[in-house]
Design a protein around this ligand. Structure first.
Ligand SMILES: N[C@@H](CCC(=O)N[C@@H](CS)C(=O)NCC(=O)O)C(=O)O
Length: 203
């Protein structure tokens, strides 16, 4: 088994934090995004979408998409359960993970990819107006999440889950996107401080 990783890029980091939470070690190969190594014919043969992460199994199967990779490991190593337990809890985790991914990580990624000079060879064409359109979307969802976190400890409930992993990484990705969490969002800051203090956050 081999994990194709992409350094500090947010999606591969979601998988690495997930693996660290479960204390799973996987042989890893770095794909240098800065050098556009993911666009090479060799990597395109592994993932035709030319994105990281990708997990290659010993039988040659390649699993792409961060959450698909995490689900694979959740089945292999159910403890600690990071996708919830039981129908209602699992649905809530799924709901919040998707909300955080589509309404926070995605708009922040759009801001970064369409405004940062370092992304000009990767995001073609760069559309600065799309970055402008996504800034308020990210900030609106952040405010919503702050209100939600007033009454519970973690994004999807009382237990740390994959929704916290995606959320923490989205908030961390605000820095290169040149966005900042407003000081008024105290619930969000409390939660982010707590999840960032977990050893897995270093992954
Ligand atoms: N939906 C995919 C997204 C993968 C993705 O976009 N990865 C980024 C790094 S965070 C990438 O490979 N970017 C290369 C590019 O855009 O050319 C997932 O969940 O893994």
């Amino acid at each position: 088994m081999k994990l194709y990783d992409g350094g500090r890029a947010p999606n591969p980091r979601r998988v690495k934090v997930f693996l660290a939470e479960k204390a799973i070690t996987v042989p890893t190969e770095q794909v240098d995004l800065g050098q556009l190594a993911h666009k090479s014919p060799a990597y395109a043969a592994i993932n035709p979408l030319q994105r990281v992460p990708a997990l290659e199994l010993d039988d040659g199967t390649v699993i792409c998409e961060s959450i698909a990779i995490c689900r694979y490991f959740e089945q292999l190593h159910p403890e600690p359960p990071l996708f919830g337990q039981g129908p209602k809890d699992m649905a809530m985790v799924e709901m919040w993970e998707r909300r955080v991914e589509f309404h926070l990580l995605a708009p922040i990624s759009h801001v970064f990819r369409h405004s940062h000079p370092a992304m000009k060879d990767m995001e073609v064409p760069q559309v600065p107006a799309w970055a402008d359109a996504n800034r308020p979307r990210a900030m609106d969802f952040l405010a919503l999440l702050d209100r939600e976190l007033k009454d519970r400890r973690y994004v999807a409930g009382d237990r740390y889950t994959v929704a916290d992993i995606t959320g923490m990484i989205a908030v961390d990705f605000m820095k290169p996107a040149k966005l900042a969490v407003p000081d008024t969002l105290t619930n969000l800051k409390r939660w982010h401080d707590e999840v960032s203090a977990r050893p897995s956050a270093k992954a």
